[in-house]
Design a protein around this ligand. Structure first.
Ligand code: NCD
Length: 304
């Protein structure tokens, strides 16, 4: 049985196959409307979510399957002190596949150890978020036409942003990709990400000012400062508005750059940017549903 805890759990060929399947679903969604009839997806969300949980649920419903689950720790037996290990053992009796989001790093991996069904990590603390990465890869491939030969800027909270960690790990495996890491000094990527880039000799630079580098980017991936992972509110308040992408800054960028954001945005992209053709973060949301349809089918071993 396979689980998806971080992007490296899939080979590049497996990722390509999921993205290809998502592409075919986009072409003809009706052909997939019965593929998971009789199957159940459990969504175990111990942390807030709009897109990830609802896109998983919409994906399963559009495949003809059903969904069950909880959307906060308070409404599950976690509030009574039940462990993740026990919860997943129980859920394995009710569902065919589970997506879990938890505030603790490593929680999805623990669930996988005790699970009788495939487990998908839907975000574990400030660690990894592999299905957002599949969403991001499908968005980049669809909108830029390739996943290689790209200069990708990641901007904002690179320390706690799990989508950033997963996207870097996944994109590292494509040819001629360079990273521009834009963050305040305090919110630079964790050492394990920097070490992986150094080890694989992937070109990257770390800078503090977006204006200095925006002209070279093919993709600009904006992120929110992760308030819930800060130890004190004062630091959050000081750092939260470090970057605000507005029309003036966008004027410095290439005509064909794309702006992505895993959402929710708080203040880091001015609403005036939404009307610019380079703003692709709402298209990205739709890709997220289709790629999760493809992932669920793949992990359940459903034939096309
Ligand atoms: C992200 C997350 O939960 O890590 N949201 C998402 O899943 N699209 C990003 C964030 O919360 O900032």
């Amino acid at each position: 049985m396979r689980h998806l805890i971080e992007p490296m759990d899939m080979t590049p060929a497996e990722i390509d196959a999921v993205l290809d399947l998502a592409g075919r679903i986009i072409q003809n969604p009706r052909a997939y409307a019965q593929k998971c009839t009789g199957k159940k997806l459990a969504t175990l969300f111990y942390e807030p979510s709009t897109r990830t949980r609802l896109s998983f649920e919409a994906a399963m419903l559009e495949l003809g399957g059903s969904v069950l689950g909880f959307s906060s720790a308070d409404s599950s037996s976690a509030a009574k002190g039940e462990s993740v290990a026990d919860t997943i053992r129980v859920v394995s009796c009710y569902a065919d596949i589970a997506a879990i989001r938890h505030p603790k790093e490593g929680a999805a991996m623990v669930a996988a150890l005790y699970s009788g069904i495939p487990v998908i990590n839907a975000g574990d603390g400030g660690h990894q978020h592999p299905t957002q990465t599949l969403t991001d890869l499908l968005s980049i491939r669809s909108l830029k036409g390739r996943l290689n030969q790209l200069t990708i800027g990641l901007c904002g909270d690179l320390m706690f942003g799990r989508t950033v960690h997963s996207l870097i790990k996944a994109m590292m495996r494509y040819e001629q990709v360079r990273f521009v890491l834009i963050s305040p000094r305090e919110l630079r990527v964790p050492d394990y990400i920097r070490d992986a880039l150094l080890l694989h000799k992937i070109p990257f630079q770390e800078v503090e000012r977006l204006e200095e580098v925006i002209h070279k980017l093919d993709v600009l991936y904006m992120t929110r400062v992760q308030r819930e992972r800060f130890f004190n509110e004062e630091d959050y308040i000081r750092l939260r508005d470090s970057y605000i992408l507005d029309i003036d800054k966008l004027r410095l960028a290439k005509e064909d750059m794309i702006v992505l954001h895993p959402l929710p945005r708080v203040n880091e992209i001015a609403p005036e940017v939404d009307n610019d053709p380079r703003a692709c973060y709402f298209k990205q949301v739709l890709y997220g549903k289709y790629v999760r349809m493809a992932l669920i089918m793949t992990m359940l071993g459903v034939e096309e």
